[in-house]
Design a protein around this ligand. Structure first.
Ligand code: G4P
Length: 312
């Protein structure tokens, strides 16, 4: 799968985050509630190992509430981890963050031991929207403090809780193919990174499995059990007037309609993965990686053997 990759930016972000983490008590990772597994950046978990973690499942207004509940339970079972659902309509996000952070770091707090928190997340999870809403409250500039860049903005979540934004950009790392499709469907991966039609067909396959009623309510497609994904896309195109001269379906247009509807929540509250699905995809991807590494190593050894043979 062709995915855009930005190693330069990532390395800079990684270094800066690593430096920052030294003086941080809680690491908040913002995730897209519709695709928590795919929108997580494994590098954050690796760098923050051992630090209390708060997973914020954002855009919960767009996600399937039952799936969000499953994800929250799943994260809360992990050691040193708390999880909350959130969306931009929440009038008091700071209170939720404060409560979760205090629970995660009960020994910090008070004026002489302020609780320091960093917030990170891949682009498009809604980090700027949340920060803007928090900034409306209280902002303080930083002075000379170890591990904290001078002049950097910090948000006072409470008198003794300081929130710092992640320096640099943390791009998603695509570790499982389904994750790539889900990130693209959500809009987190640029338009040119993946074939839009392929993304929509994957999206439709999942919706046909889990959200057939919602599909019918939106597109009046009737019974879809016997349809293939591409047949459904054509049917949606036809129903929506995405038709070219001669009556051919404009597939590109049909794909855009479905994608926009999904992103805007017009098909309903939809989640593209459940914890057990994500775990299975991840396991398969890791096994595939191990197999590929073994095949590569075998090929390398064979080449070396051949070289030795030629020399003899
Ligand atoms: P980022 O900093 O993590 O990259 O994300 P940002 O806040 O820019 O948000 C990305 C998009 O997601 C924005 O839409 C924003 O309005 C939307 N968004 C953020 N939080 C929520 C939420 O909780 N629920 C929903 N439904 N949407 C949310 P956009 O189309 O890119 O821009 P605009 O519509 O705000 O102009």
């Amino acid at each position: 799968m062709a995915i855009q990759w930005f190693p330069g930016h990532m390395n800079k972000a990684k270094k800066e985050l690593e430096e920052r983490l030294g003086s941080i008590d809680v690491v908040i990772e913002m995730l897209d509630a519709r695709l928590p597994g795919s929108s997580a950046n494994p590098m954050i978990a690796r760098l923050a190992r051992g630090k209390p973690a708060l997973k914020v499942l954002n855009k919960q207004d767009l996600a399937d509430p039952a799936a969000t509940e499953q994800w929250l339970q799943w994260y809360r079972k992990q050691p040193g981890t708390q999880a909350i659902g959130l969306d931009a309509s929440d009038s008091a996000p700071a209170q939720k963050l404060v409560a979760a952070c205090r629970e995660l770091a009960p020994n910090r707090g008070g004026i002489d031991k302020p609780l320091r928190v960093v917030i990170c997340g891949i682009p498009n999870v809604g980090k700027s929207t949340l920060i803007n809403s928090l900034m409306g409250k209280r902002i303080a500039k930083t002075g000379n403090e170890p591990g904290i860049t001078k002049g950097q903005q910090r948000i006072m979540l409470a008198d003794d809780i300081e929130l710092f934004d992640t320096p640099g950009m943390l791009w998603p790392k695509i570790i499982v193919p389904q994750g790539g499709f889900n990130l693209a469907a959500s809009g987190a991966v640029g338009r040119n990174a993946l074939d839009e039609e392929e993304v929509v067909l994957e999206l439709l396959l999942y919706l046909m499995k889990r959200y057939a009623t919602e599909l019918d309510a939106r597109y009046k497609v009737g019974e879809i059990a016997d349809l293939q994904d591409w047949q459904l896309l054509e049917l949606i195109g036809k129903k929506r007037g995405a038709v070219l001269s001669g009556g051919r379906i404009n597939i590109q247009k049909a794909a855009e309609i479905v994608l926009t509807d999904f992103r805007d929540g017009n098909i309903g509250r939809i989640s593209l993965e459940r914890p057990e699905e994500w775990a299975a995809w991840e396991k398969a991807a890791k096994e595939h990686e191990v197999l590929r590494a073994a095949q590569k190593e075998n090929a390398r050894l064979e080449r070396e053997e051949k070289k030795k043979g030629v020399r003899k």
